[in-house]
Design a protein around this ligand. Structure first.
Ligand SMILES: Nc1ncnc2c1ncn2[C@@H]1O[C@H](COP(=O)(O)OP(=O)(O)O)[C@@H](O)[C@H]1O
Ligand SMILES: [Mg+2]
Length: 710
């Protein structure tokens, strides 16, 4: 028996969901703790009652009772994410089972869980919690859980019918992330075997026809938003530099427009931090006659306490009666629909966001700054009209809006490498991927590439069936290359070191390089550099951090991101737990032994043998087999150009870069992955000729480690 109990049900078992819903907000004592509610609870309750969704609670409960799947579309900020999950708990529709609400973004899952814990006056992590990759803040008591869509997909592998849940809310469905799209198909299939399971699909007010066509017969509830008109301004001419134009626009608004907060959309951490600094400096240079402006960044890797500051009130005026200060939130797409910030009156939309792109032909997935869609632009503009009429400044021409922007963003499934997802689906026993009910089926070539990758890694056999190795790999919340490497590293007596490297690869970049002290930062970094390459440098950093007893001051002095390292440590522990569960040894070669580094490098090759570049005679690198010209990323610590490198990441900017690169020997590649380095299907190139010589030299054949299962 689970310890979880829904007090709304146990305290009034004979009641109806609607009655429970009404009495929940009339109670004087906290239903969970039996204690009087805090003042804050009542404050927030008053605000909740003004949300557009509040009046529709009865209708929603009725509908969820009658139908297994309900679609709900409502303007951002109408209260969907914070109110609907609570409502299902309070009405007791799910009995003692959990309500799970998915979010495409980690930040949103954390932020909203924290807010809802406050709204329900409980401690975060107890009745209300969240689960994101490598972080689980839930307990046995948890009845309302926010989680990333990727985590729910992962949970379904251990619990294929999601028995712990009485209701699943797929939130932000319009975002059409890869994991949400797969969940659509899985849940649809699950409905028959779980007649008691309720599914609510929530989205912003976009084209909902797709959802209606997919969940045939599901009713659609529309929540009319309380939005104010937003005037839209375009630039008369295209902007050459959107960052410059954005900064200029912020200053203009701040100095010329009525009070009201500003929301500026940029594409990533670096750009956002730069813009914050530059705007702050420019405002400071204008002197004390200008009202204070507080720049607040918002992006996914931002530390939690800083994330929360976006909800702080704007700064006070410098002198009593002086001009009122304002907030300028500079955010990634997170602020488009996931997180609502009240008080925004001005939106600046440069028209770009970082989007995943995948080219199956050359097997490259990368994040690329790309133009947004018209639907996205509409959502962004809408953020200006939450509390009163607002203005949206689009930093592109009206003609460009009409002609250049696509009407909708392409679903992620159409622009992703599907390796991980196919492995998970195989683990779920879904063998016939061609007939899986995808809302938008991925391109056959993409699917082929995923199967090919998993076959080369040894996770699938030649018939496409999951091998025992594939079973083990699917247990790790990692890319298949990394899980393969981790499992096999024990055979090279270096799984402890590979664990550390994998953990470091799974967290935000640990090196800090502030614009105004790049030289000092580079000097600090040079102490950790390993001559063979960046993977070993990461290992050096991790070891040094542990030797210094996780000291934050030492991190600060050495230009290392303390939070990244704390996170790496936690990721490492969790991965180690999975390894123990799977009975994979955690071992090391004695440091100083001449095989210490070669062993680690060989293990890296076992994961990354398909991500290799060869140095051509002209001095440029070509990716192996796909023959793409690539360059070592400027952040690489390699001070020479090795003939063969493995890389962890492909970065597309003005050039093709490979990032996190390490020198390896061609002999290892041939020895460890002969099925991939089989020259009979190798394009004609310099690398092939080098490999031919190696094959000729090697007299004895070595066992095909990469392809055998354990
Ligand atoms: N952490 C928070 N602090 C203050 N207000 C919040 C917080 N999170 C959400 N809200 C407020 O709750 C309201 C409803 O938000 P939400 O439920 O996320 O709407 P929707 O999901 O429909 O976009 C918004 O007005 C938002 O400003
Ligand atoms: Mg929401």
């Amino acid at each position: 028996m689970s310890k979880r109990e829904n007090p709304y049900v146990s305290q009034s078992p004979g009641s109806t969901p609607k009655k429970r819903m009404f009495s929940a907000v009339q109670a004087n004592l906290n239903t969970f703790t039996g204690l009087p509610y805090s003042d804050k609870y009542y404050d927030i309750l008053e605000k909740r009652k003004t949300l557009p969704i509040w009046e529709q609670r009865e209708e929603i409960i009725d509908c969820v009772q009658k139908h297994q799947v309900v679609l709900l579309a409502g303007e951002t900020g109408s209260g969907k994410t914070t109110q609907i999950p609570q409502l299902l708990v309070e009405a007791g529709i799910v009995k003692d089972k959990m309500v799970g609400c998915t979010q495409p973004r980690r930040v949103a899952a954390m932020s909203v869980a924290r807010r809802v814990a406050e709204e329900m006056d409980v401690k975060l992590g107890e009745e209300v919690g969240y689960t994101i990759r490598f972080e689980d803040l839930t307990s046995e008591k948890t009845i309302l859980k926010y989680l990333t869509d990727g985590m729910l997909l992962r949970e379904s592998m251990a619990d294929p019918l999601l028995e712990r849940y009485g209701a699943i809310i797929l939130d932000e469905a319009h975002e059409r992330t890869l994991a949400t799209d797969v969940l659509f198909g899985l849940l649809k299939e699950m409905l028959n075997s779980r007649p008691d399971l309720k599914v609510v699909v929530m989205s912003a007010t976009l084209d909902t026809q797709k959802f209606q066509d997919f969940f045939i017969g599901a009713p659609l509830i529309k929540v009319p938003g309380r939005t104010f008109p937003v005037d839209i301004f375009y630039t008369p001419e295209p902007e050459k530099d959107y960052l410059e134009a954005s900064i200029r626009t912020v200053i203009q608004i701040h100095t010329c427009e009525e009070p009201g907060d500003i929301l500026l959309f940029l594409t990533g951490e670096q750009e956002i931090e730069d813009a914050c600094k530059r705007i702050t400096n420019e405002i400071a240079s204008l002197g004390d006659n200008v009202a204070p402006l507080k720049c607040l960044p918002l992006y996914s890797s931002l530390p939690r306490d800083l994330q929360d500051r976006i909800f702080d009130p704007p700064p006070k005026s410098r002198t009593p009666g002086g001009p009122i200060g304002r907030k300028c939130i500079i955010a990634t797409n997170i602020a488009e629909t996931s997180i609502t910030i009240d008080g925004v009156v001005y939106v600046i939309d440069p028209g770009f966001s970082k989007q995943k792109v995948y080219n199956p032909r050359i097997r490259v997935e990368s994040l690329l700054v790309s133009p947004i869609s018209r639907a996205s632009a509409q959502q962004r503009a809408g953020r200006a009209g939450r509390t009163r009429p607002g203005k949206a400044f689009r930093l592109y021409t009206e003609n460009s809006f009409k002609k250049d922007l696509a009407p909708q963003t392409y679903p992620e499934i159409l622009r992703s490498n599907l390796g991980s997802v196919v492995l998970q689906l195989k683990k779920l026993g879904i063998d016939d991927l061609v007939h899986f009910d995808f809302m938008d089926p991925p391109a056959p070539e993409t699917m082929m590439r995923a199967l090919e990758l998993l076959n080369y890694l040894g996770a699938l056999d030649d018939e496409g069936n999951l091998t025992p190795l594939g079973e083990q790999m699917s247990e790790f919340p990692l890319d298949p290359q990394l899980s393969k490497m981790l499992i096999y590293s024990a055979r090279f007596n270096c799984s402890s070191e590979i664990l550390s490297i994998t953990a470091m690869l799974s967290v935000p970049n640990c090196f800090i390089r502030p614009k105004d002290s790049q030289k000092q930062a580079d000097e600090a970094k040079s102490k950790f550099l390993h001559k063979e390459g960046d993977h070993l440098t990461l290992l050096n950093v991790y070891h040094a951090y542990k030797t210094e007893h996780d000291d934050p001051k030492w991190c600060w002095d050495n230009f290392l991101n303390y939070r990244s390292l704390v996170q790496a440590d936690s990721v490492r522990k969790q991965l180690a737990n999975i390894m123990q569960r799977l009975q994979v040894d955690i071992n090391s070669t004695v440091f100083g032994h001449r095989e210490y580094y070669p062993n680690i490098l060989k293990a890296l090759c076992l994961g990354f043998f398909m991500q290799v570049a060869h140095l051509e005679k002209q001095g440029n690198y070509l990716t192996v087999k796909d023959n793409q010209v690539v360059h070592l990323h400027p952040s690489s610590g390699l001070n020479f150009k090795p003939e063969w490198v493995i890389y962890s990441e492909f970065v597309l900017t003005t050039k093709n870069y490979i990032r996190v690169t390490t020198s390896v020997k061609a002999e290892w590649l041939v020895e460890l992955a002969p099925h991939y380095y089989d020259l009979s299907n190798f394009p004609n190139c310099e690398a092939k000729r080098v490999l031919e010589r190696i094959y000729r030299r090697s007299t004895q054949s070595t066992p095909n480690l990469a392809h055998t299962s354990i």
